[in-house]
Each structure stands twice: as C-alpha cells, then as structure tokens.
Design a protein around this ligand. Structure first.
Ligand code: FAD
Length: 473
C-alpha cells in the first residue's frame, strides 16, 4: 500500500481547487492533513490570529465531512514535519506556495531537509493566479507599474478550477493532535472577539456563498458603486482570499463568466483581483517593500515614527475629530474590515495630515484586520503615503471632507459608525464601545472629538515636509 502524504495546510484552508491536495489524493495513499502553529503563526496580529482560529475550525469540519481529520501541532515546521513523518511513515509532504520572505526562507529549508532524509517534498501554486516569476517585462524585469502588469496578464488563459475530492483517504491510525481551543488564538482580541465574530463567517462554504452572491447581485453595479463605503457593493472576498478559503482562480473564473454574460462591473472586479496579484509580484521581487520605503530618497522624510503620540492614539481610537476617518477606524474594530475607500482616506490622514510614518498604520492594520495580507497591506500603505511603487504622488493629498462629500453623500456611513452627537445611535455605532479595550475609557456620551489641527494646516505641513525632502535630494 502507498505510504501516507502529509498535506501541510498554511494559508490555503480549503479543499476545492487545491492542487497540493488533489496531487496528494492522486498519489494513492492516506492523507494526513496537518496545520503547524509555528513562529509565523505566533507572530500574527490579534485579528488575523482570531480569524485563523475560525478558519481552522471550518477546515476541520470540511475534512471530517470528507472522511479525514485536521491534525494540529506546534513547533518549528521542519521539526514537526519530521516528527509526523516518523510517527506515520509518510513518504511525501505537499504544500501550496507562499511568497513573503519569511515563508520562502522557511519553506526552502524544509524542502532541503525533507529531500535530504529521502522524503518527497512538493510545493504547488494556488495562492495566486500567476506565479510572480511568470510575469515579466520584455526586458525580463519585474513590473513596477500596475497598468502594464494588467495588460500583460488580462488575456492569459487560465485553467478551470478543480473540484474538491469527495473523499480524502484516512490513515489507519491518527497521529496525535493538539486541540484548537487550547491554542487560544483569539485571546489577544479580548472582548472584541465576540463583536467581530458577528460580522465574520469563516470557511470555504461561506467564501463560495460570498462569491455567488457577489456574482449574482453585485457585480453588475460594482464599477459604479464600489467606492461608496456606505453601500454593500463589493465582494467581501478579501478575508477568504487571505486565508485561502477560496482560490483566486475561482474568483477570476466567476468574473470571466460575468464578463461573458455582459455584466458591466466584471472587468473592474478582475482588475481588482489583479491588484492583489500585483502586490504579490512586488513583494516577491522587492521584499524590502514590507518595511522600507520603496522609492529612493524617502528615508529622510520628516515623518513622526513614534507610535504613541496623542495624534496616533486619536487615530487608532477613531477620535481624530474628522468624521470619515473616525467612522473608518470604528468600522475596523466592529467588523475587522474597512471599506477600501475608507482605508485610503484613513491612511492618507495618518500619513499626510498627521505626518505619521506609514509603518505605524501598516502595523496597526496588521493587528486589527481579519483580511490582513502582507503584500496588499504594505502596497496599500506605501501607495497612499506616496513612497510606494506606482503610488499616488505625495502632493495629491486627499481632503477627508471632500472625500466624505463625494463618497458618503448622504452621511449614511458616518452615522452608521459614529455615536457621539447622535440622539439615538444605531447598534453598530454602539458596538464599537464593546469592541475596544476598556482602558480607552470611551463612551457614546463623550463629546465629539476635536481635530488637533485643521485640514488646511495639516495639508500645508505635509506639503512643507515634502518640499524639504525634495530640496534635500
Ligand atoms: P473587492 O472590491 O470586492 O475586490 C475584490 C478583491 O480584489 C479583494 O478581495 C482583494 O483581494 C482584491 N483587491 C481589491 N482592491 C485591492 C487593492 N487595493 N490592493 C490589493 N488587492 C485588492 N487588502 C487585503 O486583502 N488585506 C490587507 O491587509 C489590505 N490592506 C490595505 C491597506 C491599505 C492602506 C489600503 C489602501 C488597502 C488595503 N487592502 C488590503 C486592499 C483593499 O482595501 C481590500 O482588498 C478590499 O477593501 C477588500 O474588500 P473586498 O474583498 O470587498 O474587495
């Protein structure tokens, strides 16, 4: 009988369209589905860790329905894999590739160690539509600007998605497993976990439902409506894509079908999926973008780098006194997500009006977003700050009031999330006070916050800092 294959799950918590799993089943022996809580998992922010717990619980259920089981183990990946190989006699380990520098380094070490001991080690594509090295300019370089990247990939033929195996052969005896609840992955969320959980449905089935709903009801108007934070017009797929509960290929094919059916917003949706690809392309080829200014000459920019100033605290607490920024930050604590337009406005206010380093915001989003993604988060922050590839020029400073007038015309987004000054705040505005740390000592009866500087002052200060940097260069 064929020896078992270990399927090492990481950020690919699904059974359908999973090349590593399909190959493990095709190999013929039993499959040991394993998730390892290693240093990379421990280093996740509070919300991504909490969301991971939900995703693992959903994956375990899916595996049980397919006649298998999710084995949980903690420790350095190579050591855990070697232990499980010893215990089960597995002859192969399969996984889906990740592209952040730490995962690449870990996976190369694991692959070398497994090969050395004579165990097959196979990595597969699936977290992206296009492997970062499969898209290159005519000169063989990587793309640094989005539009030509989009033109290079938009017409490419991609395969159909693969169905989930109906049965995943189980081993004769199961290796020991730790218990998910003992890992306490939601502990760092404190009382916020209960609030955010009401806005999150985890797992592959929920992901497929979200895609089906979007393709049926929203995609047609997506191009027109996607910029209005008060309207439920986007796909809400990011949290599923982040943990691989749905494959980008499933989303791409749904977009292609919608385009063939003549739905107007379909191409815009495909373009957004390609922004995600572009972020990964950049991170893979230029990993320093995760923590260094991508553009040269920005190292001396006069940003505040102290994450504990009153301005940063006010921003984190949704108490800057700029309503659309505060609404955005509160949406974040209650839902674990923030509308893309609101992310841009909140990020712009922090990096430009408040003149704070984008890394402060990047780290805070990494702590608070259930859809946290290393590549999209870093690209998003550097794009808004002006230091990133293909970024908005620094001097184009979003005016939050103008943004609110354009994109939240009737004020529904702001009144949904802000309690202060409202006679009868709604449940979501009030939920903010249950989600945040008690130590913040905020209550709905607080007087509305007052900005520490006017929008005009903030803009002038930002432009002056930019001018100084330019002069110094
Ligand atoms: P839709 O509008 O339905 O788009 C479909 C999919 O396309 C998304 O799920 C996402 O995978 C991708 N996408 C859309 N816009 C972008 C974009 N600008 N960049 C990269 N991919 C995109 N996205 C994350 O997934 N994780 C993050 O940590 C993250 N941090 C961000 C930080 C900042 C400062 C900014 C400005 C943007 C960030 N984004 C991040 C991108 C974007 O805001 C979210 O992907 C989007 O809001 C998710 O909602 P949705 O799934 O309904 O998107």
């Amino acid at each position: 009988m064929q020896d078992p294959t270990i399927l090492w799950f990481r950020r690919d918590l699904r059974l359908s369209d999973h090349a590593a799993l399909s190959a493990a089943v095709a190999r013929g022996g039993p499959v040991i589905a394993l998730f390892i809580r290693d240093a990379q998992v421990d280093a996740l922010g509070a919300a991504p860790k909490f969301r991971l717990e939900m995703g693992l619980a959903a994956l375990a259920q899916r595996l049980e329905a397919a006649g298998n089981r999710l084995i949980l183990r903690s420790g350095p990946a190579r050591e855990v894999l070697e232990e499980v190989i010893e215990e089960t006699g597995a002859g192969a380990v399969h996984w889906q590739r990740l592209y952040d520098p730490e995962a690449i380094e870990r996976d190369s070490r694991v692959k070398a160690a497994l090969k050395k001991r004579g165990t097959e080690a196979h990595s597969f594509a699936g977290h992206l539509l296009f492997e970062p090295w499969q898209v290159a300019t005519q000169k063989g370089d990587f793309y640094k600007v989005y539009s030509p990247f989009w033109r290079a990939v938009k017409g490419r033929d991609l395969p159909e998605t693969q169905a989930a195996p109906s049965e995943i052969p189980a081993p004769r005896a199961w290796p020991d497993s730790e218990t998910l609840s003992d890992w306490g992955l939601s502990a760092a969320m404190n009382r916020g976990a209960e609030v955010v959980a009401q806005h999150v449905s985890a797992g592959e089935e929920a992901a497929q439902q979200a895609l089906a709903l979007f393709a049926r009801d929203r995609i047609g108007d997506y191009a027109d409506q996607r910029n209005f934070p008060g309207v439920a017009a986007t796909s809400d797929l990011s949290q599923y894509l982040s943990l691989g509960e749905i494959s980008p290929l499933s989303c791409w094919q749904a977009g292609q079908r919608a385009m063939a059916a003549g739905k107007d917003g379909a191409e815009t949706f495909l373009k957004e999926l390609v922004w995600r690809e572009f972020a990964y392309h950049l991170m893979y080829h230029s990993p320093a973008m995760l923590d260094e200014n991508w553009r040269e000459g920005w190292q001396d920019f006069g940003w505040n780098e102290d994450p504990d100033t009153p301005d940063v605290l006010a921003w984190k607490q949704g108490r800057t006194g700029v309503e659309i920024v505060d609404a955005a930050m509160r949406e974040l604590y209650v839902t674990g997500r923030m509308h893309n337009r609101a992310r841009m406005v909140a990020a712009s206010y922090l990096t430009k009006h408040l003149l704070c380093h984008w890394r402060i915001g990047q780290a805070w989003f990494e702590e608070c977003l259930v859809d946290w993604d290393p590549a999209s988060n870093a690209m998003g922050w550097q794009w808004v700050a002006g230091s990133g590839p293909d970024a908005a020029p620094y001097f184009r400073i979003f005016n939050p009031d103008t943004q609110a007038t354009r994109f939240d015309r009737n004020g529904s987004y702001r009144s949904r999330w802000l309690a202060e000054g409202q006679g009868d705040p709604g449940p979501e505005a009030l939920a903010f006070y249950d989600a945040i740390p008690r130590a913040w000592n905020l209550s709905p009866g607080d007087a509305p916050a007052r900005p520490s500087l006017t929008l005009a002052e903030g803009r002038e200060r930002a432009l002056a800092a930019y001018g100084e940097m330019k002069d110094a260069a």
